[in-house]
Design a protein around this ligand. Structure first.
Ligand SMILES: Cc1cc2nc3c(=O)[nH]c(=O)nc-3n(C[C@H](O)[C@H](O)[C@H](O)COP(=O)(O)OP(=O)(O)OC[C@H]3O[C@@H](n4cnc5c(N)ncnc54)[C@H](O)[C@@H]3O)c2cc1C
Ligand code: FES
Length: 354
């Protein structure tokens, strides 16, 4: 199920000092057909420990290339490796594209989109904006892109080129922490800044869809501001890159609670095969499945990416953290198994229904 496929690195481009854009050639191109805004899950062995990390595709659907942009995180295992050791000709292993950070392309409609990106959060938004500008000739896109300073702006030249190519349809607002002449474009993107932008620059009531990708506090502030200015939650799409710490206390609480509770009889369905075992209520369904040698899919293990999504067919779980599933999916019984702890005596989880 969590099948990893080889991809040859055919180009490495250093866009800024601490970020690289990798061009990848999949051995099986069909497996890597993607939707704008989707991501790849890479697997790499570091001294005997498997690390899985997600990176969003930054290419548009019509670029004819598969590319990801990786910003180096201080002390980070995969991002440091990609920025300092990886060479052209090396082979990486990734799962086929996943994720739901996109809306359907409607070539006959004239839609107005906005994208808010912080730092490396530009990668999926770049893929989305290139695709909609090309495939929806009457649509417009406004990008609000927050960075520390000019020299940390990923894809700066490419964005300038796109602005010239789609003059009148693509607007880019660079928001920098310092180094801007205009106050409105200086500082962090918070509720106050959004209110000013909406008053002076952007009319949220005219927008069809907002895409937000960046640090969590920025994402929450923008979403709240958009809602306060009349946007419906269904029109706002998120992609969270970083793990939040929230889940940890709850996890400890679940472990404590499980000491006095009986185990759960769980049945897991993967690729049509059913396996049953007993698990502790202090363990996530994903952990238990992996411990029982099942090939359950996962990547972040932090409730962020949705790779581990499954459907509860019988019984009940408590989901400690969810940054990936939409409300309607949760209502239909979908859960993030890395965050799901059983609370019933019996539980059936289906990884095949998506
Ligand atoms: C859906 C999705 C899409 C994403 N797309 C992108 C993208 O397009 N581009 C991009 O750049 N990123 C993207 N990310 C983020 C990416 O997946 C990684 O989280 C990021 O690159 C860091 O991974 P790493 O292995 O380098 O760092 P990690 O090794 O996971 O380290 C992360 C942090 O933890 C700290 N740390 C590590 N080990 C310890 C320790 N033992 N004790 C204390 N602190 C420690 C590190 O110093 C670092 O600050 C995406 C994430 C998701 C969920
Ligand atoms: S593995 Fe990423 S949400 Fe569960």
């Amino acid at each position: 199920m969590s099948s990893f496929h080889p991809l040859e690195v055919t180009d490495i481009h250093h866009t800024i000092r601490d970020a690289v854009v990798l061009t990848l050639r999949p051995e099986d191109p069909q497996a890597f057909a993607f939707r704008q805004g989707q991501y790849l899950t890479f697997s790499k062995d570091f001294d005997g420990t498997e690390v899985r990390r997600n990176y969003s595709i930054c290419a548009g659907l019509d670029d004819g290339e598969l590319k990801v942009g990786i910003k180096r995180v201080d002390g980070g295992a995969f991002s440091t490796y990609a920025n300092t050791e990886l060479k052209v000709g090396d082979v990486l292993y990734a799962m086929p594209p996943q994720g739901k950070f996109f809306t359907e392309i409607e070539p006959d409609r004239a839609k107005d989109y906005i994208g808010f990106a912080g730092g490396s959060g530009i990668t999926p938004i770049l893929s989305i904006l290139k695709t909609v500008l090309k495939r929806e000739p009457q649509s417009t896109f406004t990008l609000v892109y927050a960075n520390r300073a000019v020299n940390t702006i990923m894809f700066r030249e490419e964005l300038e080129d796109l602005k010239n190519r789609y003059m009148g349809r693509l607007t880019i607002i660079h928001m920098l922490e310092s180094g801007q002449d205009i106050d409105l474009f200086t500082g962090r993107v918070d509720a106050e800044k959004c209110a000013l932008l909406f008053k002076l620059w952007i009319d949220p009531s005219k927008l069809d869809t907002a895409f937000i990708c960046g640090p969590e506090p920025m994402m929450l502030a923008i979403a709240e501001a958009l809602k306060a200015h009349g946007m419906d939650p269904d029109q706002i799409k998120f992609e969270l890159f970083g793990e939040s710490q929230q889940g940890r206390l709850a996890k400890r609480e679940m472990e404590k609670r499980s000491e006095s509770a009986a185990g759960t009889e769980v049945t897991v369905i993967i690729e049509g095969a059913r396996r049953s075992f007993t698990m502790s209520r202090g363990q996530s369904v994903l952990e238990a499945a992996l411990e029982n040698s099942l090939d359950a899919p996962f990547a972040c293990k932090a409730g962020v990416c949705s790779t581990c999504m499954g459907k509860v067919l019988e019984g009940e779980v408590e989901m400690l953290s969810n940054h990936a599933l939409e409300d309607y999916e949760v209502e239909r019984g979908y859960v993030l198994t890395c965050q799901s702890y059983p609370v019933s005596d019996k539980l059936t989880i289906d990884y095949d229904t998506h």
